[in-house]
Design a protein around this ligand. Structure first.
Ligand SMILES: Nc1nc2c(c(=O)[nH]1)N[C@H]1C(S)=C(S)[C@@H](COP(=O)(O)OP(=O)(O)OC[C@H]3O[C@@H](n4cnc5c(=O)[nH]c(N)nc54)[C@H](O)[C@@H]3O)O[C@H]1N2
Ligand SMILES: Nc1nc2c(c(=O)[nH]1)N[C@H]1C(S)=C(S)[C@@H](COP(=O)(O)OP(=O)(O)OC[C@H]3O[C@@H](n4cnc5c(=O)[nH]c(N)nc54)[C@H](O)[C@@H]3O)O[C@H]1N2
Ligand SMILES: [Mo]
Length: 818
C-alpha cells in the first residue's frame, strides 16, 4: 500500500503482543516515475541521519541513486524507514556539492588541486610541530563518519602526532551518555537491546522525543501499544511530544530540574521498598549514600522545584517501582540540560536498585544521537582512547603503543583528553594554532555563535574543514577539502544497541571528492608518519584493512569486534558487539547476572566527581570498588546557572523536529523534507501568548543575554514559562544579502557552559525573552503540525507531502491483524 510519509511519518501499524516478534514492514521509495524493474542494483547500507541504525538498500540505476528499500532481515527496523531515510538520500546528488579543494588566497576561497591543498596542510603541520609541538594541533570530528575513519584519525592524532586535542561533535551529542555509563559501570557501552521493547511492561523516556528523533524505534513502541498487553509509558519532557501524548504519566518539569525530579522518583521507590536488596548487595556499591540523599526529596518538595504535581510524581514512581520489566531511554533533554551527568546517572541507579539489567525487557539505553557516535567513542576519535582504554591506566597505554608499534610516551596520557569546548578556548587564547574540522558544522552547532565565529576567523588559527557542502564553517576555513560521503564509500558503523552495520559504496563521488578515510591516509603519507620499525603509520590502506586493524585493537575489550568481518556483515542483519569466539553471533544484552567491565585493571574509567568533574585517582577507585561492581552515585540538585529572571523571564530550550537533520545540509536539499519545516519558529504556550498579546504566526524577536533571532510564533501545548526553538536553521541557505544578519540560528542564544563531568554543552537551559516585531503576518509559523510543534488552533493547514512523498509499505501478512 502507498502512503504519504510526510503526513504520516510512522506509517501503518503492525500490532504485536508482549514477548512476540515485531512483524516486518518493508518501506520503499523510488524517485517519482521510476519503476523497481529499472533498478540495476540494490546496495546494502544503514541510516546516516540518526542513531537508530535502520538498515536499508540503496537502489542504483545508471550509476545514480534512485531510491531506498528497508531491509526486512535486519533486527533493528525489520524493513521500516522513517522520512529522513526515505527522502534524505537525494541530497547526495545535489548540484552544489563540494567537488574541488579550496584554499584561501588574499582573503578569498579559490579552487585548487589536491596537491596544493594537502601540501598547505602538511607545511603548516610541520611548522607547528617544530615550533610548538603536538599541542598546537587539534582535531574536531564527528558522529557521522565511519568506524574505519575514526580509528585512522585516532591513530594519526594520538599516536603519530601525539596531541591530546582530539574530540568529536559527540561532545555536543552523547558525551553524557558515555560519561553516565562510565560513572555507573566504569565503562562505556549500552547495556540494553531494542528487543527490550518487545518484552517491557513499562517504558520510560527521559528527555527523549523518540517519536521524532528515532521514528522507527517509536513505530516499534506504537506497535506494542496497538497489540495485546501494551506497555505503560512514562514521559519526562516539558513539551507535548507524541511520546507525551501516548504516555500513561507525562511529567513536564521546568528545564534544568531533572536531578530534583529523579531524586523524587527514587525517594518514592526506595521509600516504598520497591527495590531488589539482594541485587544491591551482590552487585553494587554506594547504595547507602543514595538512600540518604534522596530522603531529602519528598514529592512535595520536588513538585515545588520542578513545577510538576506531586501526585504525578507518585504515579510515575509507582509505575517505575512496580514494573516487571522496565525499559528506560535517556537523551538530550537530560544530556544537554543542567546537571546532565548527575541526572542521567540517576536513571542508571533506578535500574540498579530494581535489579533490572541484562534480562529481556529490562533495558537501559543511554541513547546515542548520531549514526556513528558510538564509533567515535570506541575508536578514540573523541576524548577517549581506542577500545575503551583508560587514559589513567599505564597498562592500557602500553597496549596501544604495542598495537601501533610506537613508543609509549608518544601517546598523550598526562591528563584527560581535551574536550571540544576547551579546544575552542585554547584556540581563543592562541595556544591551539591549527584545527582540522571533519564532518561537523561548528559555526552553526556550537553554543554562542558570535564567539565561535570570532574564534574560527582569527588569522593566527589555521582552519581545515572537510565537508560535502559549503557551510557556515567552510566559509571560515583556510583550506576546504571535498569529501565523499555515505553511499559513495564503504565502511561500518554501530548504532545505539551495539548493532554493527556495513555500508557499501553504491555510486561514485562527485568531481574530485575523496572518502574521508583516503584524505586522512593521504595526510599520514605526506607527513611521512612512521612506526618504530619505519613502517608507514597507520599501515593500512583501505576500509577493509582498517577494519581488520581495528578488530585487533578491540580484541579482549568490551567492544570486541574480532568475530565480525565485512563478509559476515553482508547479506543478513547487523550484528551486536561484543562479537567474538565466545559470542560468534554477537551479544544481545550486557551485564547479565551482574557481570560488569568495572574491575580496576580492566575498566575504561575511574569516574569523576559529579559536581566538580575532578577525575577519581586509581587508588581511590580501587578502594571504593575493588571487586568491579556497579557504582551507585548520588547527586544533590543544584539550581541552573542561568535561570529565568525579570529581564529574561522564559526558560529557553532548543532541539529538533522530525523532518530536519541538524544544520540541514542534507534535509534542506531533499524537497519533501525541506517543505515540511522550511524555516525557524518559536513555540510558546497559550497562557504566555495571551499574556503578551501574541498570536500564531506573529513575527517575534527572541533574545538571550548573548544575542537574538527572528522567528514566527507557534502557539503550542508547551508548558508555560518555556520557549522552544529548533536549532536546524543557520545561514548557508539564507539569501546572501541577509546571511550576515545572524538572526536565525538558535545558537545565537545559547551559552558557553558545560556539564562538569561529561563536558557536554548546555543547549537546553538558558533564559530568554520575546518581543513582537510584526503582528499578524498572514500565515502560521512554518512548523509541522504532525509533531511536538502541533498548533493549538484548529484552522492551521496540516503538514502533508503530496505525491512525491509517497512510499509503499509491504506488510508481513503473518503480522497483519484484522
Ligand atoms: N529528526 C531528527 N532526528 C534526529 C536528529 C535530528 O537532527 N533530526 N538528530 C539525531 C541526534 S544527533 C540526536 S543527539 C538525537 C536527539 O534526540 P532527542 O534528544 O530526542 O531530541 P531533542 O529535540 O534534542 O530533545 C529531546 C527533548 O528534550 C526536551 N527537553 C528540553 N529540556 C529539557 C529538560 O530540562 N528536561 C527534560 N526532561 N527534557 C527537556 C525537549 O522538549 C525535547 O522534546 O536525535 C537524532 N535524531
Ligand atoms: N542549540 C542546539 N545546538 C545543538 C543541539 C541542540 O539540540 N540544540 N544538538 C547538538 C547535537 S546533539 C549535535 S549531534 C550537533 C550536530 O552538529 P553538526 O555536527 O555541526 O551538524 P551537522 O549538520 O550534522 O554537520 C555535519 C556536517 O558534516 C557534513 N557531512 C556529512 N556527511 C559527511 C561525510 O561523509 N564526510 C564529511 N567530511 N562531511 C560530511 C555535513 O554536510 C555537515 O556540514 O549539534 C549540536 N548543537
Ligand atoms: Mo546529537
Amino acid at each position: 500500500m502507498a502512503k504519504d510519509r510526510i503526513a504520516d511519518p510512522w506509517g501503518t501499524r503492525t500490532p504485536y503482543g508482549r514477548g512476540e516478534q515485531w512483524p516486518t514492514r518493508v518501506d520503499t521509495h523510488l524517485r517519482e516515475g521510476f519503476a523497481a524493474q529499472a533498478v540495476d542494483q540494490w546496495v546494502q547500507t544503514a541510516s546516516i541521519m540518526h542513531s537508530n541504525g535502520d538498515a536499508f538498500d540503496v537502489a542504483v540505476a545508471d550509476g545514480r541513486m534512485v531510491g531506498v528499500r528497508g531491509r526486512a532481515a535486519d533486527r533493528v527496523n525489520r524493513g521500516r524507514l522513517g522520512p529522513k531515510d526515505l527522502f534524505g538520500w537525494q541530497a547526495n546528488s545535489s548540484p552544489d556539492r563540494l567537488t574541488r579543494p579550496l584554499v584561501r588566497e588574499n582573503g578569498e576561497l579559490v579552487p585548487a588541486d589536491w596537491d596544493t591543498a594537502m601540501e598547505r596542510i602538511v607545511a603548516h603541520s610541520k611548522y607547528l610541530l617544530s615550533e610548538q609541538g603536538p599541542s598546537a594541533i587539534g582535531f574536531y570530528t564527528s558522529g557521522q563518519l565511519f568506524l574505519e575513519e575514526y580509528y585512522t584519525l585516532g591513530v594519526i592524532a594520538h599516536g603519530a602526532i601525539g596531541t591530546n586535542h582530539v574530540d568529536g561533535n559527540t561532545r555536543l551529542c552523547t558525551a553524557t551518555a558515555a560519561e553516565a555509563l562510565k560513572e555507573s559501570f566504569a565503562c562505556d557501552g549500552q547495556p540494553g537491546s531494542y528487543a527490550d521493547i518487545d518484552h517491557a511492561d513499562v517504558i520510560a523516556l527521559y528527555g527523549h522525543n523518540m517519536a521524532e528523533t528515532q521514528p522507527m524505534l517509536w513505530a516499534r513502541v506504537l506497535d506494542r501499544m496497538a497489540g495485546d498487553d501494551p506497555p505503560a509509558i512514562v514521559c519526562v519532557d516539558p513539551r507535548p511530544t507524541k511520546v507525551a501524548q501516548y504516555a500513561t504519566v507525562h511529567l513536564a518539569p521546568l528545564p534544568g530540574t531533572n536531578v530534583a525530579l529523579m531524586n523524587g522518583l527514587l525517594h518514592e521507590i526506595i521509600g516504598n521498598d520497591w527495590i531488589d536488596h539482594d541485587y544491591i548487595d551482590r552487585h553494587t556499591v554506594g547504595f547507602d549514600e543514595l538512600r540518604d540523599r534522596v530522603a531529602e526529596y519528598p514529592p512535595e518538595k520536588v513538585a515545588g522545584i520542578c513545577d510538576v504535581p506531586a501526585d504525578d510524581i507518585r504515579r510515575a514512581a509507582r509505575l517505575l517501582g512496580t514494573a516487571e520489566a522496565l525499559l528506560s531511554t535517556v537523551l538530550q533533554g537530560f544530556y544537554q540540560s543542567h546537571q546532565a551527568t548527575a541526572a542521567s546517572v540517576q536513571v542508571n541507579n533506578l535500574h540498579l536498585i530494581r535489579g533490572m539489567l541484562g534480562e529481556p525487557g529490562c533495558g537501559l539505553l543511554q541513547m546515542n544521537g548520531q549514526p556513528t557516535a558510538e564509533n567515535t567513542r570506541e575508536c578514540g576519535a573523541d576524548g577517549d582512547l581506542a577500545g575503551f582504554r583508560n587514559w589513567n591506566n599505564d597498562a592500557h597505554i602500553a597496549e596501544l603503543a604495542q598495537l601501533w608499534n610506537i613508543d609509549v610516551n608518544q601517546i598523550p596520557h598526562y591528563a584527560p583528553p581535551t574536550h571540544a569546548m576547551q579546544m575552542m578556548r585554547y584556540a581563543e587564547q592562541g595556544s591551539l594554532r591549527m584545527l582540522w574540522i571533519s564532518a561537523t558544522n561548528p559555526a552553526a552547532s556550537l553554543p554562542e555563535l558570535e564567539r565561535i565565529r570570532s574564534i574560527l576567523s582569527q588569522d593566527r588559527l589555521f582552519v581545515v574543514v572537510q565537508d560535502i557542502f559549503p557551510t557556515e564553517t567552510t566559509a571560515l576555513a583556510d583550506v576546504v577539502l571535498p569529501a565523499a560521503t555515505w553511499g559513495e564509500k564503504t565502511g561500518t558503523f554501530t548504532n545505539v544497541d551495539r548493532t554493527v552495520h556495513l555500508s557499501d559504496k553504491a555510486v561514485e563521488p562527485p568531481g574530485e571528492a575523496k572518502a574521508d578515510l583516503d584524505i586522512f591516509l593521504d595526510y599520514a603519507r605526506r607527513m611521512d608518519f612512521r612506526d618504530r620499525d619505519s613502517r608507514p603509520l597507520p599501515p593500512w590502506q583501505d576500509p577493509e584493512s582498517a577494519f581488520e586493524a581495528w578488530k585487533k585493537c578491540s580484541a579482549g575489550r568490551p567492544c570486541d569486534y574480532t568475530g565480525l568481518s565485512y563478509d559476515k556483515l553482508r547479506g543478513g542483519s547487523g550484528i551486536q558487539w561484543p562479537c567474538n569466539a565466545e559470542h560468534p553471533e554477537g551479544t544481545e544484552r550486557l551485564y547479565t547476572g551482574g557481570a560488569f567491565f568495572a574491575a580496576p585493571q580492566y575498566c575504561e574509567s575511574f569516574g569523576k566527581d559529579l559536581v566538580t568533574g575532578a577525575p577519581l585517582e586509581p587508588t581511590a577507585y580501587r578502594a571504593m570498588n575493588p571487586a568491579g561492581k556497579a557504582i551507585i552515585k548520588a547527586a544533590r540538585y543544584l539550581t541552573p546557572h542561568e535561570s529565568p529572571r525579570p529581564d529574561y523571564p522564559f526558560a529557553l530550550i532548543t532541539g529538533r523536529t522530525l523532518y530536519q537533520f541538524h544544520t540541514r545540509t542534507k534535509t534542506a536539499r531533499a524537497p519533501q523534507l525541506d517543505a515540511a519545516a522550511p524555516q525557524v519558529w518559536v513555540e510558546i504556550s497559550q497562557q504566555d501568548a495571551d499574556a503578551l498579546n501574541i498570536a500564531e504566526g506573529d513575527l517575534l524577536k527572541v533574545s538571550s543575554p548573548r544575542g537574538g533571532l527572528h522567528a514566527k510564533a507557534r502557539v503550542s501545548g508547551i508548558r508555560p514559562g518555556v520557549l522552544f526553538v529548533p536549532f536546524h536553521y543557520g545561514y548557508w541557505d539564507a539569501a546572501p544579502e541577509t546571511r550576515a544578519d545572524h538572526d536565525r540560528a538558535a545558537n545565537e542564544l545559547t551559552l558557553t557552559d558545560w556539564d562538569p563531568a561529561s563536558k557536554q554543552p548546555i543547549f537546553k537551559t538558558a533564559a530568554a525573552r520575546v518581543e513582537v516585531l510584526t503582528k499578524g503576518t498572514g500565515s502560521p509559523a512554518p512548523a509541522p503540525t504532525t509533531t511536538a510543534s502541533g498548533p493549538l488552533g484548529a484552522d492551521i493547514p496540516a503538514t502533508v507531502g503530496g505525491a512525491t512523498a509517497s512510499a509503499t509499505e509491504t506488510l508481513d501478512t503473518a503480522g497483519e491483524r484484522p
